[in-house]
Design a protein around this ligand. Structure first.
Ligand code: ADP
Ligand code: MG
Length: 363
């Protein structure tokens, strides 16, 4: 969160500016909307179409989805699902929520539950749960006993049922279970934002929805957008590399540096390994995924952070499955940066002085 605004501003700057231009909008009819939603700062810049109506509609979409997917709003689909965990009630949910739960379940199954959408009891035990804001969160290190008691609640996925009339219900099988879609909801929103923009004639736009950046079309000069990837070790704003992004692709970054606390000199971050209940220690500082489906980009940046560099590259190299269709930037604790070959064109590496080395990974 704390580095989001600079990232966003730099991103916006790079997203639209050619050499010598002072602002992303210079020389174009671009229109930018900044707003706060889903506990993060979001920005959308539209370069064509009916930009003002498009941006209003786009923000309304995010607000609508947040009202469905928030854990802190009692009437949301997710809150009602959680309230009825284990009591046998199939809770009516909107089609958007059904689709989100199904995408989350697919990522969970394919990742061997490295991505787990029902980790809420464990997230809450660490204080990373209901209050996502760093100013109000109360972080603590739960005991091994406490985590052992909670882990059995984290594996059974929500059951989604489609009715003949197109309606949906969902249920959580066990008492005490709760869904937390924080690892996928922002990415999933991007698809709806893109639809809202497109409906108002926007063909070129850049969206930044809290660590997930989607490039619709290209820059006004016909070039791909340029997106900055954060240096996970930088205490001030520092950037590891710039990548080119266009044609509807989304880039999503997950890193332990984004949200964490310290206790007795140990740092604990907010990406949990569902097999242990502890913050993932996979040897990675951050993972960036680039994918056509923004929800999957978001879910898999979290999942691959848990799985670690060897497994991530194995999945990418295998040529089969969701990860094989993505491009990746993996940053290890040893400051080695692995960039898969599809990102080579347009890649600018900024990390040498900070001690990083990088390697292009090929199939
Ligand atoms: P952020 O949302 O902070 O940008 P991520 O997309 O990596 O970063 O999502 C992290 C969030 O996902 C956590 O705050 C928590 O809500 C949830 N989460 C943490 N660990 C996992 C996991 N292993 N599987 C699914 N969700 C997780
Ligand atoms: Mg994620």
């Amino acid at each position: 969160m704390k580095r989001l605004l600079p990232l966003l501003l730099s991103c916006a700057l790079l997203a639209g500016c050619g050499a010598g231009q002072a602002s992303p909008s210079a020389g174009t009819d671009a229109d930018t909307q900044y707003f706060f939603a889903m506990d993060t700062i979001m920005s959308i810049t539209a370069y064509d179409g009916d930009t003002s109506a498009a941006l209003v509609a786009a923000q309304q979409e995010v607000n609508r989805l947040e009202a469905l997917w928030s854990r802190t709003r009692p009437e949301s689909d997710v809150s009602r699902l959680n309230d009825h965990a284990g009591d046998g009630t199939a809770v009516p949910i909107q089609p958007e929520t059904a689709r989100l739960l199904e995408t989350a379940a697919a990522a969970a199954q394919e990742s061997g539950l490295a991505f787990d959408p029902v980790l809420a009891p464990v997230m809450d035990a660490w204080g990373f749960g209901l209050t996502e804001s760093e100013t109000t969160a109360v972080h603590r290190v739960p005991s091994q006993e406490e985590l052992s008691a909670l882990l059995p609640l984290t594996r059974d996925l929500p059951q989604v049922t489609a009715g003949e009339d197109g309606s949906y219900t969902a249920a959580l099988p066990l008492t005490g279970q709760a869904a937390d879609l924080g690892g996928i909801a922002k990415g999933a929103s991007a698809a709806y934002v893109v639809d809202a923009l497109t409906a108002h004639g926007v063909e070129n736009a850049i969206l930044s929805l809290g660590g997930n950046i989607t490039a619709l079309g290209h820059r006004p000069d016909g070039q791909p957008f340029r997106v900055l990837v954060t240096d996970p070790l930088a205490s001030e704003d520092g950037y590891l590399c710039t990548i080119a992004l266009e044609g509807g692709l989304t880039c999503s970054t997950s890193g332990g540096y984004e949200r964490y606390f310290e206790s007795d000199g140990v740092t604990y971050h907010h990406i949990i390994d569902p097999s242990t209940g502890y913050p993932a220690q996979s040897g990675l500082l951050s993972v960036t995924t680039v994918a056509a489906d923004p929800a999957l980009a978001d879910a898999w940046s979290t999942a691959l952070f848990v799985l670690g560099p060897d497994r991530a590259l194995e999945l990418w190299r295998s040529g089969e499955g969701t990860v094989a269709g993505m491009e990746l930037i993996l940053v290890t604790q040893g400051q080695q940066v692995y960039v898969t070959q599809g990102l080579e064109e347009g890649l600018q590496f900024h990390g040498e002085e900070a001690g990083y080395t990088y390697e292009i990974v090929r199939r």
